[in-house]
Each structure stands twice: as structure tokens, then as C-alpha cells.
Write a protein that binds this ligand. Structure first.
Ligand SMILES: Nc1ncnc2c1ncn2[C@@H]1O[C@H](COP(=O)(O)OP(=O)(O)OP(=O)(O)O)[C@@H](O)[C@H]1O
Ligand SMILES: [Mg+2]
Ligand SMILES: [Zn+2]
Length: 507
């Protein structure tokens, strides 16, 4: 007998309909799974057989054929276990075909018949909402995530047995997801913990307000890592749309805590410098999104930036440019969003003490040159804010300092964001000053004649490239927005110019 049920495969962060057909025929007991299935999918037969048996369903010795269609889309993962089990029960006559009609089903099965979490549940829910289904059945651990899409009826059960019993009685085990993604989880790290470093804090506030990439250079122990970790605390919460994008990527990447309500705090990813290109950009079997995508709509912090191999750094150029990663595969190209804010930290030389009057650098001049040359690569060219973070005096650390709290900084950042939202409301793909076209800013950005004159003067005198010119313009616009003024005056431009790299190699 033949039975069919609807499921879905996720490619990138998009879900595609997959029909799971199961045929049971007389013959020697055997299982065949066809339809461009990966080895993880093929192992479904072991899990499904054990889960059915351990849930009290008799499996007669027959020939079982599972077909996943369309056959030209590659299927990976364990989410087909549950639809295969349900279709098999229908094919065996243990469940009515009407019980599964109109459902979209996905879930992994444990050998004991428990229903286990899957990746990409939010993508499934979005697809289900678009095409319309009677209900979407996902594992309980994925209900909070799938429940972000409120248009779809959601059903779930802890085990195959409970689910089948409900379906047999004509009911759906409906779950009401704990719909509380709203709250921002309070960032425990406060800029007030960092003593001094006023210039760096100012740069972080500008970076947060305009979405600019930022690079810190300074000696060990100056507080670079401390500063970077405090950036998410002054960023605005994710919007509704951003939240869906972020959770979709994190779900596919397998980094969502099962069952936990999704957080509105922008992602903060800080991979170690030994990370591979695939780990950073994405890839591998599957494939999986990399750190640049897991940092989508948030912050990618690369500590000890210069310890990353050149080819790994260079691989980041494309996502920095396009806000998207495309991973070429033999079968089909997979793409993930990757619109992140880059924050880098580096020492000025191999020993870290170069340029600091209070410390003596042990490196040869050639070493220093070679080290800094790596900073002037294509990556540094995409960074709007370069800041020197000097060592803090030990005495200052013990003193009773009153440093400004993150909350106050965030208030100013939010105000600057509102101004930008209005300015770019009609420009597609632009939300922030860092994303605005330099020429648009020059023509429509409120730059005063004095500010233009100063920029041009500096460009000639300091040998700033056209790209560097536009970069200074974007930062100056953000500075004016933080001040709440519509005009970009020469003061804002002068400050923006101070965030140019110390190494004159990049413009
Ligand atoms: N400005 C500061 N205010 C308060 N504590 C500080 C400051 N700078 C450094 N510290 C202390 O020193 C420790 C090291 O700081 P941090 O790791 O941020 O330095 P770093 O600049 O990243 O150094 P490295 O280049 O070695 O990575 C912090 O955990 C903190 O205890
Ligand atoms: Mg550090
Ligand atoms: Zn040195």
C-alpha cells in the first residue's frame, strides 16, 4: 500500500516542499530510501524501525520503499524521520490517510520513539505560512522558534506514540508556544566597567549608532576585548523582521538553545582566531552557515585579528561587500545572509608594545612593518573607524572613577537610529549611514560647504582615496546624527577624519 505526507527540506534558510511517499509491498523484508538523500537521511530507517517497535507498533516483514520528491533537491538531516514513520503507519493501515492530510511534518526520532529537535524549524514555519497548511507538526523543542510565525497552526508531541494516539482520535496535540521573544536579555557587561578609554568608547558609540565597522589597535591589557564585549549592550533590539532572519539562520546553524525563547538582543559572535575559512564563511557538508552569517544583524568580533591567516581574512571581503554569502556546491549554490558589523582588535606589533611611550617594543622594524602591512589589506579598507586603544595607568584602575553607563550611551544611539530610519525610509537596502552611498550623502546628506572644503583639503593633503573620502563622510553623518543636528559641519568631519588608520597605507 502507498501513502504520502508533506514535509520540507531547508536549503540556505529557505524551506522547500518535499513529499514523502512510502510504499509497502510483499517481498523480502528490506528498506530502500530514494530521492537524493544524504547518509543522515538514509539512516532514518534504523531510527524509524526502532522508534516504531519501541512505541508498540508491529512492523511486518515486508519491502518498504521511501521516495522523497522532488528528486533533484538534495535532502539532508534527520527531520524526515517523523514523516516517514507516519506515512509508513498509513501504508500499513495503522493510521487513517485523512489523519495526516494537510499536515506539514518534520522531526527526528529517537530509538525510544521520542521526537527530537531539528534544524531549520522557523524556515519550515515560514514556508507553511506561505503555502497554507492545516497544521505544522514540529518537535516540542522547536515550538518556541516555529511559533514566531503566528499565521500557522502549530502542533507537537513529545513522542511518536502520543502523536499517533492524538491523530487517531482526530485531534491535534496543539502547543501554544511560550510567545515571549520580546524581552531583551539584559546585557550584564557595562561600559562603566571600563576605566578611561574615553576616545575608544566614543568610537564604539559612533559604531553602534551608524552600524560602522571598527578596528582597535593597542597593547595587551588595554581593555580592547573588554570594550568589544560591551557593544551589544548599546545596540538597539532586533526588529520583528530582523528577529525572524536571525533565528532562521541560528536554527539552521544549530546554535539555538532547544526550547529557549528567541532573544531580541543582536547576535554577538566571537570566533577564535584558529577558525577555518569554512567555519568563518560557511560551508562543509550540509552545508552550514559560518560565523559571518551567525553574526547577521549583529556583531562579529575578531579578537587578535592579525593572528588570522590572510586567506581567511580575505574570504570575508565578499560578505562584507554584499551582506550575503554564496557557497557554491556541485548540486546547487546555497546562500546565507551575512549583514554584520565587524569589530576587530589587534596589537600594533608582534610583541604588542610598539608605539607605546611607556613600554619598549622588542620587535625589529621589519617585523613591525610586516605586521602592519596585514592591517592595510582589503579588510581595513572596509573599516570606517580605526581607533588606538592605549594602555591605562595602573593608578587609574584603583581610583574611584565615575564612568558613564551603557544605558545612557544606548539612549543616544537609539535617537540617532531613529533619525537614520527616517532619512533612509525610501531607499531600498539602506537603513544606516554605514550603508549609504557616498555620492548620495554628498548630494543629499546635509554636508555644509565648510565641511566639504575641509574634506577636500584633507583628501589632497593626506592623500585620501575616494573610498576614504566617502568613509569619512559616513562617519561624519553619524556624528551629526548623534548630536541631533541636520547639518554635517566641519567639526563632525574633523572628528571623522581622526578615525582614519594610523598607517597611511589605506585611504
Ligand atoms: N580600561 C580598563 N578598565 C578596567 N579594567 C581594565 C582596563 N583595561 C584592562 N583592564 C583589565 O585587564 C584585563 C584585560 O583586558 P582586555 O582583555 O580587555 O585587554 P586587551 O586589550 O584585549 O589585551 P590583549 O591585547 O592582551 O588581548 C581585563 O579583564 C580587566 O580586568
Ligand atoms: Mg584581548
Ligand atoms: Zn613589538
Amino acid at each position: 500500500m502507498l501513502a504520502a505526507i508533506r514535509s520540507a527540506a531547508v536549503l540556505g534558510i529557505e524551506a522547500y516542499d518535499v513529499i514523502v511517499e512510502v510504499d509497502v509491498a510483499a517481498g523480502l523484508p528490506a528498506w530502500t530510501i530514494v530521492g537524493l538523500a544524504s547518509s543522515a537521511v538514509k539512516e532514518a530507517r534504523e531510527r524509524v524501525s526502532a522508534a516504531l517497535t519501541n512505541s508498540g507498533f508491529a512492523l511486518p516483514s515486508r519491502r518498504v520503499t521511501v521516495n522523497l520528491s522532488p528528486a533533484d533537491v538534495r535532502k539532508d538531516g534527520t527531520a524526515f524521520d517523523l514523516p516517514i514513520a507516519l506515512a509508513l503507519l498509513v501504508a500499513l493501515g495503522a493510521l487513517d490517510a485523512s489523519a495526516i492530510s494537510g499536515l506539514l511534518v518534520a522531526g527526528e526520532l529517537g530509538l525510544d520513539g521520542s521526537i527530537r529537535p531539528i534544524r531549520g524549524a522557523l524556515s519550515l514555519a515560514r514556508s507553511a505560512a506561505r503555502s497554507g497548511v492545516r497544521a505544522l507538526i514540529v518537535p516540542i523543542a522547536n515550538a518556541a522558534e516555529a511559533g514566531l510565525v503566528t499565521q500557522t497552526q502549530l502542533a507537537s508531541a513529545p513522542s511518536l506514540r502520543v502523536l499517533v494516539d492524538a491523530l487517531r482520535s482526530g485531534t491535534l496535540p496543539v502547543v501554544v508556544p511560550t510567545a515571549a521573544p520580546a524581552q531583551r536579555h539584559e546585557c550584564a557587561l557595562d561600559f562603566a566597567d571600563v576605566v578611561g578609554q574615553g576616545a575608544a568608547k566614543r568610537a564604539f558609540e559612533i559604531a553602534a549608532a551608524g552600524g560602522h565597522n571598527l578596528l582597535m589597535v593597542g597593547p595587551p591589557g588595554a581593555g580592547k576585548t573588554m570594550l568589544a564585549r560591551r557593544l551589544p549592550g548599546i545596540l538597539p533590539e532586533l526588529t520583528e523582521d530582523e528577529l525572524l532572519e536571525v533565528v532562521a539562520v541560528h536554527s539552521v546553524g544549530g546554535v539555538l538553545a532547544p526550547g529557549a525563547p528567541p532573544s531580541r538582543t543582536p547576535p554577538f559572535r566571537a570566533p577564535h582566531h584558529t577558525i577555518s575559512t569554512a567555519g568563518l564563511i560557511g560551508g562543509g557538508s550540509g552545508p552550514r552557515p559560518g560565523e559571518v552569517s551567525l553574526a547577521h544583524r549583529g556583531v562579529l568580533f575578531l579578537d587578535e585579528l592579525l593572528e588570522l591567516p590572510r586567506h581567511v581574512l580575505d574570504a570575508m571581503r565578499q560578505p562584507l561587500e554584499d551582506g550575503r554569502v554564496v557557497i557554491a556546491r556541485a548540486a546547487q549554490a546555497v546562500s546565507y545572509p551575512a549583514r554584520f558589523q565587524l569589530v576587530g582588535a589587534a596589537n600594533p606589533c608582534p610583541c604588542g608594545k610598539y608605539g607605546d611611550p611607556a613600554m619598549s617594543c622588542q620587535c625589529s622594524l621589519a617585523d613591525v612593518e610586516r605586521y602592519r602591512a596585514r592591517l592595510s589589506g582589503p579588510l581595513a579598507d572596509r573599516v570606517d573607524l580605526h581607533v588606538h586603544v592605549g594602555a591605562v595607568a595602573i593608578a587609574a584602575l584603583g581610583a574611584e572613577n565615575i564612568e558613564e553607563r551603557s544605558e545612557k550611551m544606548r539612549t543616544r544611539v537609539l535617537a540617532a537610529r531613529i533619525i537614520q530610519r527616517e532619512r533612509y525610509a525610501k531607499i531600498d537596502g539602506v537603513r544606516l549611514n554605514s550603508e549609504a552611498a557616498g555620492r548620495w550623502l554628498l548630494a543629499r546628506g546635509g554636508v555644509t560647504p565648510e565641511a566639504k572644503a575641509l574634506l577636500e583639503q584633507a583628501a589632497t593633503r593626506l592623500g585620501i582615496s575616494a573610498r576614504g573620502y566617502h568613509r569619512a563622510l559616513r562617519v561624519a553623518r553619524t556624528i551629526a546624527d548623534l548630536d541631533g543636528v541636520s547639518a554635517v559641519n566641519d567639526g563632525a568631519v574633523a572628528e571623522a577624519l581622526s578615525y582614519r588608520p594610523a598607517t597611511a597605507a589605506t585611504g
